[in-house]
Structures are given as C-alpha cells and as structure tokens.
Design a protein around this ligand. Structure first.
Ligand code: 26V
Length: 828
C-alpha cells in the first residue's frame, strides 16, 4: 500500500467495485471480465468464457457487500452461528446470486445487448453436489435463510473435490461416474491458502506437570493442512452476504519433505496423496454408516479446522473464554460433526488451560444437536479401537465425559445397571464403540428432531432415558425450504401470478401466501393457475426431451416420486401401483379408454453399495421399458426415470408436478423436505402419516391431501404382532397378480431370477411392510384419479396447498432455531 493511503484511510476501508446497477454499466463490467478475466473478446468467447465473465460480474457486485458485512461483524461482535455440516447440497449459484443481488433483469438485458441468451449461460454451470440428499439440501436452505434474515452465520463444511456421483443407466442399471465439478474451476470460490490450519492425527498422549497442575497433551503422528475456500451466501435483496467456508486438504510440506529427504520420492508422493484424500470425495452412502477410517478423518478434519477458525478469526486474542456462549453456538447437523465436542474440550482444557468443569459448562452451552433420522442403523458409532488410534486424546476426553455423565445418571436413577449400560456413551456390542448421538445429546444444550412426529418418536422411542434425564432438552423444529430457490427461481410463472395478486413481500414472508385462499374461489385465478401448471409441464417436457430424449404427452397427470432410493421410502409401492394398473389393462379387466393418462416420473440415486436399492432402480427401468412400449397401453401410462436426479433437475420437475408421492412407512421418514417443495408449487400429496406429511396435511386440510396407510402406532402394533406379508398377498388378488407378473419375468424378458430377490424380500423379509399398505395405496390412487377428473376442483385444491404451506419456509425454521436454541438476533 502506498504511504499516502494509510490502512485506516476511508478509501482503504471502503469496499471495492462500484455496483453495475445499469444495463450499460453491466455490459462494461461483463466485457471487462471477459477480456481481462478470460483473455478473450466477445466474438471468440466460448459459452464457458461468457458464463465465467457473467459470474464474475455478479460476484464483483456482491463483493462490496460481503466485505462490508465481514468488517461489521468483526466490529459489532454479535453472537454468531457456526453451522457444522458435512454436506451442503447447494445447487447452481448463478441464478440465485443474480436474484439476491437484484440484477436478474439488468443482466438479462445487458447480455441480450451483447447477443447472448442468459439461459444458455445458466446451463453452463455445474452444480456443486456436495451432499447426498435432504440433510445437505437443508443446510443450503438454512444458510440462505440466515443471510436473508441478517443473522451472523458461517456455514462450515468440506470442499469435496468430487461431489455426489453422476448417475447413468446401463441396460437399466445404475452406473456411477465421478462428479468432477471443479474441472473447469468454480467462479464462486475464494481460496485462502494463507489461512490454512494444520490438523493433526494419530500419535499418543502424555501427562505432564504444569506448575503443579497435572495436564495432558497430545503428541500427534502426522498432519495435513486445511485450506479454507470461501463462498458468498447472499441474502435476498437485503445487501447482506454471509460466508460458507469449506475446507480442502493439502499435504503439509514438513510431512512429505521428511520422507522426500530420505530419498524415497514415491513414498513422498504416496504420503501426499494420502493426506489429500481426506477431502477427495463425498461418501455417497446415506443412512448406513460404514465406519470407515477416512470418514472419521473427514469429520475431524473439518470440525477441528472450523473450531480453530472461530478462535483465530472471530474472537479477539484476549477473549474471556467463560463468555464463549455469548458469542458462538455450534449447530451439529446430525452426528457427522460430533467429534467437535471432544475437540472443543481439548482446545479449552489442554491448550487454553481451562479447568475441566468450567470448560464442560461452556461446551454444554456452545453446542446443539439436530437428529435427522430414526433408523437405528443410521446412528453413527465409532469403534474405540479406530477412534483411539486416530484421535487418542479425544478418546480420553470422551471417556471422561462419559464417566462424569454416568455418575450423574446414578445419582438421578440409582444403580440401575441395565439403564446405565443403555445410556453409556460407550457401547460394548458388537465391538466397544462410541455412540455419537449419545455424545451429542449429553453435550448439546438442545437436541432437536426435524418434524413433530419425528421429535416425538425421538423422545419416546429412540432416546427416552435421555429425555427423562434431561427434561426440556428435546425439542422440535420442523424443517423448511427456501422460497427463493424453490418457488421464486424455480417457478417464475407461479411467482409472477402470486406477485400480481399479493405484491412482492411473500418471498421473505411466506405466511402471506395465506391471502391466496380467497383467490382459490376466483374462477379467473384458477384458470391462470392451471395455465401456469400447464406451462411448467411444457417446460419440463422440453428439458426431458433435450436431456434424455423423453416425450411427455399432453393431458397426462404428472405423478412424481423423486428422492434417494431407500427401502423405507418405498419406491416399490409406487412400482406395484404402476404394475397393477398395467396388469389391469393387459388382462382386459380395465378398459384402456377408462384409464386416466398418467406419466410417472422417478428420480433417485442408490448408494453404490446398496444392492437392493440398485435392484429396485433396475426394476423401475424395466417396468418403464415394457409399459412404455406396449401398444395395448395406447400411451395412457408412461414411466420416465431421468438419470442423475439433482437439485437442478428438481427445480424443473417440482413446479410441473400434479401429484407428489410421499409414501414412506409411517415412523421412518424423519421429515422430508421434497414434500414441502411440491405442496408449495401446487402439487397435491398422496402420502402416509409420516414426517412432515403430518403437518402438511394438518395445514392444507384432509380434502386437499390423499392420506393412506398405517399410522405409526399401527405399524408398531402390526410389527409386534408379527408382520406376515403372505396374508396380505393372499387376501388381495390385485396384489397377487402384480407380484406374480414381476416374478414371472414379464419385465425381464421371461427371466424369473432377475427380480426374484425383490419379490421374495417383499414376501418374506420386508421391514418396511410394503404389502401391508398396498391396498390402502391403490384405494387412495383411485381417489386421486377421480379427483383429477374434475380439473377445476383439483386446481382449487392445488391453490389451497400453496396458500396454506407458507409455514414450511426455512425462514420460519430459522426463526425457531434462533428463538429456542441459539438465542441470536439479526445484527445491524
Ligand atoms: C448419513 C450418513 C451416514 C454415514 C455415511 C454418510 C452419511 C451421509 C448422510 C447421512 C444422513 C442421513 C440422514 C438424512 O439425510 N436424513 C434426512 O434429513 C432430512 C433433513 O432433515 C429429512 O428431511 C429426511 O427425512 C431425512 O431422511
């Protein structure tokens, strides 16, 4: 910096880049970015060049606000939320950032002036798929809401070099390709190698005398560098920009130099690769943790870097540590970041030399835990052997936490050894392991479930002893979705209609959608609403034609089931409905003229190692190729399964849907968030009483929701009595014919073995009781057909769904977290 510009000079403090808030200004900035950023002129620029130049123009505009926010946050020192999540399923950024900055129209005009179609540039962006499904997308919605509400927040996570795999179908079977989302670079990230943190692993611990105080320290064996990459998280047209900070692993010099100097070049490279593997790839398993060492490395890597970041960057050096709860709250997104608890204790006790009890009191106020599942096999545990080898000091700390906890349990409950064994953070079977959900529950100020039913089951079924031990600790915060991405951006036609009726305020105050209730009674509005839906279907049809060569026929109901493939979600129930309808036609029992034309759309990835899920994908494709090509069906039924369902495709499919399939076994889907997105876009739900479906139905009303199937208590009691699938098979001829058709090889060219494992699973070994809900499901689908026949009444119901689902804005979820868990406030 030249001497005449002292660091405190206003110019040195002021944010850079005057915002290009006119079309001419935008054109100038865009061309400048094209020339000096990409080294090309407009006439020889590729679509990628133009996309990057556009992204940089938007980014420059937001930069001023970002820098200002960072400065103000340092100045005011308000309490901030550190959201710790191993996943962020962000979706494309360009459109979101254009909308947030209020530049959408200006950009469109400016590009048009340069002869460029904005839509072509949108298609250039590779979405960052740094998450598996609901949990990762929820994190992305939450940080959007926090920025929009002006709440200080940093989202911490991992910059996976490869996100969720790209799915293709080979002969109807899933194949996985690496998702090299960074191969062209990302215009949205800012690397800060100078801000790297060193993260240690392995080694041993020792005790020493610190001027009369006995202390422990950790002597690690190896380390890696965690390099932060910052991403802007702009609020919706409020001039606020928060930060998402993702860590990338890089080998440390000292580590490989040591080996290198020993002359073993290959070993040095191997060591480097080993270290850099940590942030190489997102684990594509959701819900069944594999207990892999690399995964624990990933978890510790990002939380240790994040905690250090909070101490180094957020807090002044002389900060009084007992005041930490006034400055920071760490929200644990499921158990994946829970190793942060012993790490935080280690920093406070070993490094900052805080007294154990004082440190623990602080820790218990600085963490809160969200549970996202009910499946027992999805609760993470780490073998003590592994944890002790990778993080020896952390294991000691966990033991100490457990010891103190169990003393307190004995005080409260007496020497009930069974109960103590059940509540111990350390489980003994099948191998001695740390139960991460228990650790999170003991450490967290609050533990929340993600929908009313889920939270109640968490309290009553999963952690009842803990609920009794910690009255008031367990609460519910129902999930939500961001209306910016999932209504305003993904459904511009509907948004236009809503804005014409209500003005623009609904985008940040979604409860205002209530005012649409009156419009449901207006025939003119219903006509417009129906036109919007039809237009969205045509748009989807264009996308699927271009993307997959699919044709969506006019006049079809769009019946959509998009979500990860998992047995508990019961895609098989949907398959059985399709096969039943098909069998009715080919057997002549149903006149094809009487069939309501439907297009069934599936989107689903299966975890690569989940054999049954992959078989079900194969079956869906097989049923599709038979049904779609059977002339007897006369095109009345179509099964479309576009591969590689992701956020970008969701944004196209959801606005076009008529019917939303939410058919999990009651008590298994923690919340669901797709269900909310569909309802907000005017699809009617066919669903079980599960997760947030319960709340959706309560809000939209029974007349506007197709409920079917067993309730959670009914599921429990049938299971306790002994679930006998064969009795359902024997009692229902439609079910028999459908299963028999699959078993006979009707969808496998006569091969009876191909789908036999699916059929026998349903008949003999199905924890998710598909056959028990079959007849109720078929009955509810008949009601759907009847309801759809009255298009005007259907549209009225669809409008009421939109009008009554404002509650499911993630802004409301965030308000709940703020008021009941975080006790933070919007700042400045
Ligand atoms: C679990 C695991 C286990 C270890 C391997 C990697 C991995 C990755 C993700 C998960 C998370 C599974 C839990 C999950 O995604 N739950 C979903 O969370 C949504 C948001 O709360 C909720 O709507 C869904 O109902 C719930 O299934």
């Amino acid at each position: 910096m030249p001497d005449h510009l002292h660091p405190t000079h206003p110019l040195a403090l002021a944010p850079v880049a005057a915002p290009p808030s006119t079309v001419d200004g935008f054109v100038r900035e865009f061309l400048l970015n094209l020339n000096s950023g990409r080294g090309v002129t407009l006439s020889n620029a590729s679509a990628t060049d133009k996309y990057f130049a556009l992204a940089h123009t938007v980014r420059d505009y937001l930069m001023a606000r970002w820098l200002e926010d960072l400065r103000r946050q340092r100045e005011v020192q308000d309490k901030g939320v550190a959201y710790l999540s191993a996943e962020y399923l962000l979706g494309r950024q360009l459109d979101n950032n254009l909308l947030a900055s209020g530049l959408s129209e200006i950009a469109e005009e400016a590009l048009a002036a340069c002869g460029i179609d904005l839509d072509v540039l949108r298609q250039q962006e590779v979405e960052p798929g740094l998450g598996n499904g609901g949990l990762g997308r929820l994190a992305a919605c939450f940080i959007d809401s926090l920025a929009t509400m002006g709440v200080p927040n940093v989202g911490y996570g991992i910059r996976y070099e490869y996100g969720i795999f790209r799915q293709t179908f080979v002969d109807g079977q899933q194949a996985e390709q690496p998702d090299a989302w960074l191969s062209l670079g990302s215009p949205w990230e800012f690397a800060h190698p100078e801000g790297a943190q060193t993260i240690a692993f392995g080694g041993h611990t020792e005790t020493y005398d610190d001027e009369g105080v006995p202390r422990s320290r950790w002597i690690p064996a190896w380390n890696v560098q965690a390099v932060p990459y910052n991403y802007m998280v702009p609020g919706y047209q409020n001039g606020r920009v928060n930060t998402l900070r993702l860590w990338s692993a890089v080998a440390t010099n000292s580590f490989d130099l040591r080996v290198f100097n020993s002359g073993d070049y290959e070993e040095a490279v191997r060591a480097q690769t080993y270290a850099e593997n940590i942030s190489k790839v997102l684990y594509p398993e959701d819900s069944t943790p594999q207990g892999k060492e690399l995964r624990l490395q990933q978890q510790y890597f990002f939380v240790a870097a994040s905690i250090r970041d909070v101490f180094d960057v957020m807090l002044p050096a002389d900060f009084e540590l007992t005041n930490l709860p006034e400055r920071i709250i760490f929200q644990l997104n499921d158990t994946h970041p829970v190793i942060a608890v012993p790490e935080f204790m280690r920093v406070l006790v070993d490094e900052k030399k805080m007294d154990w009890d004082a440190a623990w009191a602080v820790t218990q106020q600085c963490f809160a835990y969200t549970c996202h599942t009910l499946l027992p096999e999805a609760l993470e545990v780490w073998p003590v052997e592994l944890l002790g080898r990778l993080l020896p000091r952390h294991l000691e700390i966990i033991y100490r936490i457990n010891e103190d906890f169990l003393v307190a349990v004995r005080e409260k409950f007496g020497d009930d050894e069974m109960r103590i064994r059940d509540m111990s953070i350390i489980g003994e079977h099948p191998v001695r392991s740390v139960r991460m959900a228990y650790l999170a529950t003991v450490a967290g100020a609050k533990v929340n479930g993600v929908a009313e039913l889920h939270s109640q089951l968490l309290r009553d079924k999963v952690l009842p002893d803990f609920n009794e031990f910690y009255p008031g600790k367990f609460i519910n915060v129902t999930n939500g979705v961001t209306p910016r991405r999932f209504v305003r951006l993904s459904n511009p036609s509907l948004s236009g209609l809503i804005t014409d009726a209500l003005g623009t305020g609904w985008v940040t105050d979604l409860e205002r959608l209530r005012e649409l209730e009156a419009y449901a009674e207006d025939p003119e509005f219903r006509t417009q609403f129906a036109e919007v839906k039809a237009a969205n279907k045509r748009l989807l049809s264009d996308v699927l034609r271009e993307r997959d060569g699919f044709e969506v026929s006019d006049g079809h109901m769009l019946d959509v089931m998009v979500k990860r493939l998992h047995e508990y979600k019961r895609q098989m129930l949907k398959v059985l409905h399709i096969v039943t309808t098909y069998e009715g036609i080919i057997s002549g029992r149903v006149a094809v003229g009487d069939v309501q034309p439907r297009t069934f759309i599936f989107g689903a990835k299966a975890a690569p190692g989940y054999v049954m899920a992959k078989r079900i994908i194969h079956l869906i494709n097989a049923v599709g190729s038979v049904v779609n090509n059977d002339p007897r069906v006369e095109g009345k039924l179509k099964v479309l399964f576009p591969p590689n369902y992701n956020v970008t495709l969701a944004e196209r499919v959801i606005p076009a849907a008529d019917l939303s399939e939410q058919i999990s076994l009651a008590g298994k889907e923690a919340s669901g968030t797709g269900n909310m997105k569909f309802a907000l876009n005017g699809a009617l739900t066919i669903g079980t009483d599960d997760g947030a479906n319960v709340e959706i139905r309560e809000l939209v009303g029974d007349d506007n929701f197709f409920l079917f199937g067993m309730s959670e208590p009914e599921v429990e009691s049938l299971w306790a009595k002994g679930y006998k699938p064969s009795s359902f098979y024997n009692a229902d001829s439609g079910l028999r014919r459908s299963l028999d058709l699959i078993a006979a090889g009707a969808f496998s060219g006569g091969d009876r073995s191909m789908f036999e494992p699916i059929v026998s699973n349903l008949l003999y070994d199905d924890r998710f009781m598909v056959l028990a809900d079959y007849s109720a499901y078929i009955g509810a689908q008949a009601k759907v057909d009847a309801a759809y026949a009255d298009q005007d009444a259907w549209t009225r119901s669809a409008i009421l769904n939109v009008a009554r689902c404002g509650y499911f804005s993630s802004d409301r979820s965030m308000r709940d977290y703020i008021e009941r868990i975080w006790h933070t406030a919007p700042s400045f």
